[in-house]
Design a protein around this ligand. Structure first.
Ligand code: UD1
Length: 339
């Protein structure tokens, strides 16, 4: 029995591979390094002390994917991370996002059908809630109002998975809606390594702390929140990774299709995140207050109680742990995986 992790060299994928190996699963990574580095594979081996199986594979290439399943008959579960994830870029390049994200998932699901693999974990996002109907937001909130093509690829794939499960009662699917993953493995050997100027808050703050930017951009301080800045549910990437292990265990009980929020249930503002990071790195960070970013909402955090009740999973790390581990990674690898 082995678990195929597509995009296993990426940020969330790599952390999940470690937790799966530590839980005793055999893992096979498939990645084309489009947005990740081959160095991750060595680092995973260093962290786990095990050799990590890897296959260079583009999930959109039907032949490559079919070959992979033909050569690895023991795959009985797929965790599908491989996808594009930049919101702004998706607005510029919708065709690329729909082709890659939906096309890649379709290719994997077709191969699973052909080879009789019935267990699938899908990386979804809190972005599917759009402006959530209520906060904290639980899984019963309407999810289908994305505001950009990236978000729509998640909404559409969730629907495709529901249709597939309705037609095939042997399929087990866990849709995991991530809130805002940050932090890094405590070893400091793997972490988030965005290309170019980071879109997300935490990598921007971390790169400001290392001296790449002279201030932290704050997108709006006039939201109806306690300090005026946007509030989000930041979750340590190691907690998120453990959530995937819990989801795999759930699939092996033949659960059919299940959907879970993976968040901590606590919201932190941009200013609170900056303050926690200042504590972690031991320096003050300059702030530049800019206008609100288009498409942003004031506040969103999860009600994670369904995952606790049904998966026995709950986030363990707090915002200080997240910032400490993000800083450990950033300070040890100022240029990420690049030389
Ligand atoms: C973003 C995406 C979401 C995606 C998630 C992946 C948008 C609108 N949403 O979520 O679809 O699933 O990333 O992690 O892009 N902020 C700053 N300065 C910055 C960057 C962000 O003040 O330099 C603020 C934002 O306004 C927001 C908060 O920090 O209030 C978090 O932003 P970000 O890290 O980009 O995450 P989301 O927007 O929640």
């Amino acid at each position: 029995m082995s678990i195929l992790v597509t995009g296993g060299a990426g940020y969330i994928g790599s952390h999940t591979v470690i937790e799966l190996i530590e839980a005793g699963y055999d893992v096979l990574i498939a990645d084309n390094f489009y947005n990740s580095s081959p160095k991750v594979i060595d680092r995973l081996q260093q962290i786990t002390g095990k050799s990590v199986q890897f296959c260079l594979c583009d999930v959109c290439d039907e032949k490559q994917v079919d070959n992979l399943f033909s050569r690895h008959k023991d795959i009985d579960c797929v965790i599908h991370f491989a996808a594009y994830k930049a919101v702004g870029e998706s607005v510029e390049k919708p065709l690329e996002y729909y082709s890659n994200n939906i096309g890649g998932a379709m290719c994997i699901l077709r191969a699973m059908k052909k080879h009789g693999v019935k267990n699938f974990v899908f990386s979804s996002s809190a972005t599917v809630y759009g402006q959530p109907e209520k906060i904290p937001c639980d899984e019963s909130c309407p999810a289908g109002s994305a505001t950009n093509p990236y978000g729509w690829t998640k909404v559409m794939q969730e629907q495709i998975l529901r249709d597939i499960c309705a037609a095939d009662k042997e399929m087990n699917v866990a849709i995991l809606r991530y809130f805002n993953p940050i932090g890094a493995h405590p070893s400091g050997l793997i972490g988030e390594d965005p290309n170019g100027i980071p879109n997300n808050l935490l990598p921007y703050v971390a790169q400001a702390a290392i001296g790449k930017f002279d201030s932290v951009r704050v997108f709006g301080d006039d939201y109806p929140t306690a300090d005026g800045t946007g509030v989000r549910d930041y979750i340590h990437v190691v907690d998120l990774a453990k959530g995937h292990v819990a989801a795999v265990r759930k699939l092996y009980t033949n659960c059919g299709i299940v959907t879970y929020n993976l968040g901590t249930g606590k919201g932190y503002s941009v200013f609170q995140v900056i303050e926690a990071f200042e504590k972690a790195c031991g320096k003050k960070l300059k702030r530049s207050i800019l206008p609100r970013r288009a498409g942003d909402i004031a506040e969103n955090y999860a009600d994670p109680s369904k995952a606790k009740a049904e998966l026995g999973w709950q986030a363990q790390y707090d915002i200080n742990d997240m910032c400490r581990d993000a800083w450990n990674w950033q300070s040890k690898n100022p240029n990420g995986y690049k030389e």
